[in-house]
Design a protein around this ligand. Structure first.
Ligand SMILES: Cc1ncc(COP(=O)(O)O)c(C=O)c1O
Length: 417
């Protein structure tokens, strides 16, 4: 039976509990939406101030150059941030780059995988296999490439994915941790099954990076993408990241062949030649303010380390699940239970989940809602305390028992849910 005293004892014994002080969390708010927009690291404002005042204001265009040329190494930021993300996802430093949005990186890598199959001698493989209910942007991007005549979209439910891997499949594209339920795919098993069928694999790590262990290298994954603004705390609209296994670097050609992905961008030649290695994933001028903010977020998460983060995430989710079971025993939890793998969230189903989320927000507990009936409680292990979990459970119990969610103001849908 979880109690407030127990929550406080767990917080006192939490080896990473001290990191909460490094985030700007408003007093009186329990923030359970770090899997949508991560909290603000305290170092970010100072860093952005420095980038704006000194690097931009004084350094001006000189700041693009590496330090040894008297600059602030803006040109190196996408690679530098990528290298910091790499250990969080089981990759080598030169296999990851921070750039563009997750959606744009998905476009580049799906198209590149289809082209790579041609290079590998399988030009007829055009199917991109995914699952129904995957995050919409992943499904829309496959559909977009289908409209261009480049891909063919096939969706199969989780239990039928392996059977759907026939010799027409070019790429298996899955989100490692499901955004709604928090269910986690078996990355090693599915990657090996895809390879055995001659398909490549692209993992969307948006709900994994910085929260749960990921071993792209150990699983021999080919490609991956992920968000910078969730558990990596890069800020609203932060650049995303992309991973390409080193063995594919030379043969991988992405279609957004902008000048920043050129082997010699400042040679200004008429013909495109891809940069060696992961740099060829770049397209246009990197967004320096966004990358500098992302670097601060990733620095903290990398310092804590994924093992400590995932251990805390598991303990927190077990505590919260037990606390909610105590106050709302009939509320169905759709997130996986038990010792098996899962993401860093708990999701509950209720026909009035939207209104319940709004009523919780009015009480200072911020969860989110996902269509049609999911109340999502994200547990960012770097800054959420057990005590937050306890308060959130009490608030949820009270909102359900009092029926306060029935108020009209909680039912009116905002533009962003
Ligand atoms: C699994 C997943 N993939 C992709 C995205 C979209 O990323 P972006 O907005 O950077 O394109 C999200 C956003 O929430 C997501 O949850």
């Amino acid at each position: 039976m979880p109690t407030l005293a127990e929550a406080r004892a767990l917080d006192a014994a939490d080896p990473i509990g001290g990191y909460r002080k490094q985030f700007a969390l408003p007093p009186g708010v329990v923030y359970l939406d770090g899997n949508s927009l991560g909290a603000l690291p305290l170092g970010t404002a100072a860093r952005l101030g420095e980038v704006i005042r000194r690097e931009w204001g004084e350094g001006l265009v000189r700041s693009w150059n590496p330090k040894e040329n008297g600059g602030a190494d803006w040109i190196g930021l996408p690679r530098r941030v990528g290298a910091m993300i790499a250990p969080l996802i089981g990759a080598q430093a030169d296999e990851v780059i921070a750039c563009d949005s997750t959606s744009v990186n998905l476009f580049k890598l799906i198209a590149a995988a289809l082209a790579l199959q041609k290079t590998l001698g399988c030009p007829r493989r055009k199917v991109v296999l995914s699952e129904p209910g995957n995050f919409p942007t992943d499904l829309y991007l496959i559909a977009g490439l289908e409209t261009q005549g480049l891909a063919e979209r096939r969706l199969a439910p989780v239990e039928a994915l392996e059977a759907a891997l026939d010799d027409s499949v070019a790429l298996l594209l899955l989100t490692h941790v499901h955004y709604k339920s928090g269910a986690m795919h078996d990355m090693a098993r599915l990657t090996h099954a895809a390879h055995a069928a001659g398909a490549l694999v692209l993992w969307d790590l948006s709900h994994s990076a910085g929260a749960v262990p990921v071993d792209l290298g150990g699983c021999e994954a080919d490609l991956a993408v992920g968000c910078g603004y969730k558990y990596l705390n890069g800020g609203p609209g932060a650049p995303a990241f992309a991973f390409v296994a080193r063995r594919h670097h030379d043969a991988l050609h992405q279609p957004l062949t902008g000048w920043m992905g050129h082997a010699a961008p400042f040679a200004f030649t008429d013909d495109y030649a891809p940069a060696p290695g992961i740099d060829r994933l770049l397209t246009g001028t990197p967004p320096i303010l966004g990358l500098a903010a992302l670097e601060e977020g990733v620095r903290l998460i990398a310092e804590i380390g994924v093992e400590r983060l995932s251990a805390k995430s598991r303990a927190l989710s077990e505590f919260l699940r037990a606390a909610i079971a105590q106050v709302a025993p009939d509320l169905p939890c759709i997130s996986p239970e038990g010792p098996g793998p899962r993401g860093s969230q708990l999701s509950y189903r209720h026909p009035q989940a939207y209104a319940i989320a709004q009523a919780l927000i009015a009480r200072g507990v911020i969860p989110d809602f996902r269509e049609p009936d999911v109340l999502r409680l994200g547990l960012s292990p770097a800054y959420i305390r057990f005590e937050d979990g306890w308060h959130a459970a009490q608030a949820l119990g009270e909102v359900l028992a009092s029926g306060e969610w029935e108020r009209a103001e909680f039912k009116a849908r905002a533009a962003v849910t």
